[in-house]
Design a protein around this ligand. Structure first.
Ligand SMILES: *Cc1c(COP(=O)(O)O)cnc(C)c1O
Length: 498
């Protein structure tokens, strides 16, 4: 099976090439030429399997140029008891009769990004052995907080690989910043940039698609790749957990084979919810994809109006990993919904970059309406939801998950739709202890570690050790890079003269 670019569908590559390259040379994103299917028989069989076994089945369908044993080796190296603090890897928590919270944060960095970034380095190693000429791989990452740490942890000391992360100086939580600044490993580099996530992402994309820089790297025996969700290797492992969650619902007899579910996802770059869309297209019975935004409600407005308009104020919220105005992965959805109309997608993306907005056709809008529901949740509602979930059910959620819970509750109240629903829980609450504690008690100490201690007392939940241990780690990275100088910063760290 081949992968094609969303901006030129005749540009076709293998999955190994798609993963090695990260983004297509024409600035498009790689998508599978055909979406493989999953049958009810397979789902029925998978219900009694482990997460690792379920992942093998799903990934083999997409990574057709990998051998079966290569896929199995990647999967079993990633989802281990050592790395994940829960034996089910991605357990479902029954919140109420309909809502099932899919906890995706039991990995090493306590956010859902680990689900993909623990396996991506293995996929990358196999891919480069197939599609590359032994160049050193330089992974560039733009992060709104969680991808950076998860990528650093995944790729640290990976052979023949360097990784360089850019995060918005004032756009991440204290814990997120500390997690990155204290990163260990001999091949890692971390920069704060003066700007927001969109600036970081645009900067990284510009470096990737600049032929001069690519040539310069090639001369030095190096090659760029991406660990952001623009890389197909980031998305495909995320398809697995939606299918796995369906199997868990089957196993617990909350649903019967073939029953439909809804999926709610707190959304930023549109990667996580897009993975759910692919699961649906494979044949997983999903009725509605519920897209939840925080105060940066660019996606909510888009799903309501069909106009994507980034010309608006950018808010720094208590759910910083969703503070994004340019959701990259929407491009993949539009490619599918427009009937793979690459030239139209290209036009829309170019007008987004040039004019700041685009409007989709009536036909695409109709398809969006059939598949998606969208809603947003402001700062006050986020805090109220954290408090409500804890008071009513004793269940502690982080700020991002709270956004999804609120949008889901609103949807259920407004429509009366009682379909069993999976809500993606994307971070452990102790990643954002100040915001979570403040939601519960109205006030919070200024020190995040004190907040964690207090949260532990109040909620009787454990502080994950990777976060508790941060206190004693040495800060290694303090550099701030000007947004215009990102290319220069990278080349300097690689010792490449211009
Ligand atoms: C990255 C992230 C999101 C947004 O996910 P996308 O795939 O970018 O839509 C939501 N919550 C948390 C905690 C995250 O780290």
């Amino acid at each position: 099976m081949f992968y094609q670019s969303t901006r030129n569908k005749d540009l076709k590559v293998s999955s190994a090439q798609a993963i090695t390259q990260g983004i297509s040379k024409d600035k498009g994103l790689f998508v599978p030429e055909e979406i493989p299917s999953i049958t009810f028989d397979e789902l029925n069989l998978m219900k009694d399997l482990s997460y690792v076994e379920r992942a093998n089945i799903v990934l083999k369908k997409f990574l057709t140029d990998f051998t079966e044993s290569e896929v199995e080796q990647c999967v079993s190296s990633a989802y281990t008891d050592e790395k994940f603090r829960h034996k089910s890897i991605a357990p479902l928590h029954a919140y109420d009769d309909q809502a099932n919270v899919l906890e995706l944060w039991h990995g090493p960095t306590c956010a859902f990004k680990d689900m993909a970034l623990q396996i991506l380095p293995h996929l990358m190693r196999v891919s480069t052995s197939k599609a590359s000429n032994g160049e050193e791989i330089v992974i560039l990452v733009a992060t709104s907080g969680d991808t950076g740490k998860a990528a650093l942890e995944g790729f640290r000391d990976a052979p023949n690989t360097k990784i360089c992360v850019f995060y918005p100086e004032n756009g991440v939580s204290v814990m997120q910043k500390l997690q990155m600044a204290t990163q260990e490993g001999n091949n890692v580099q971390v920069f704060a940039i003066q700007g927001n996530f969109d600036d970081a992402q645009n900067g990284v994309k510009a470096i990737f698609t600049d032929t001069g820089t690519a040539n310069l790297l090639e001369k030095n025996g190096k090659k760029f790749s991406s660990a952001n969700s623009i890389n197909w290797g980031r998305l495909v492992p995320q398809v697995v957990y939606y299918i796995s969650a369906y199997c868990d619902l089957l196993k617990s007899e909350k649903i019967q084979l073939g029953d439909s579910i809804n999926v709610t996802v707190p959304t930023g770059n549109f990667g996580n919810i897009l993975a759910a869309y692919y699961a649906k297209e494979m044949g997983l019975p999903i009725k509605k994809l519920i897209c939840a935004s925080n105060k940066n409600r660019v996606l909510t407005d888009f799903f309501e109006s069909g106009i994507y308009d980034r010309r608006r104020e950018f808010y720094c919220t208590s759910s910083p990993s969703m503070d994004i105005l340019i959701s990259s992965n929407l491009e993949r959805l539009l490619f599918e919904l427009s009937g793979k109309n690459d030239s139209t997608v290209k036009d829309w993306m170019e007008s987004l970059s040039k004019d700041g907005y685009y409007k989709v056709s009536g036909e695409v809008k109709e398809k969006m309406d059939a598949l998606f529901v969208a809603g947003s949740c402001d700062e006050k509602e986020t805090a109220e939801t954290i408090s409500k979930c804890f008071k009513e059910k004793g269940y502690l959620v982080d700020t991002h998950t709270a956004v999804a819970m609120k949008v889901y509750f609103d949807y259920r109240d407004q429509t009366g739709d009682m379909t069993p629903t999976i809500i993606a829980s994307t971070a452990n609450p102790y990643k954002f202890p100040a915001s979570v504690l403040k939601a519960l008690e109205g006030i919070a100490p200024s020190d995040d570690f004190e907040c964690s201690e207090r949260l532990h007392e109040v909620s009787k939940t454990d502080i994950p050790s990777p976060l508790a241990n941060l206190k004693d780690k040495t800060v290694r990275f303090k550099e701030v890079c000007n947004q215009q100088d990102m290319r220069k910063c990278v080349l300097e760290k690689l010792n490449i003269k211009q």
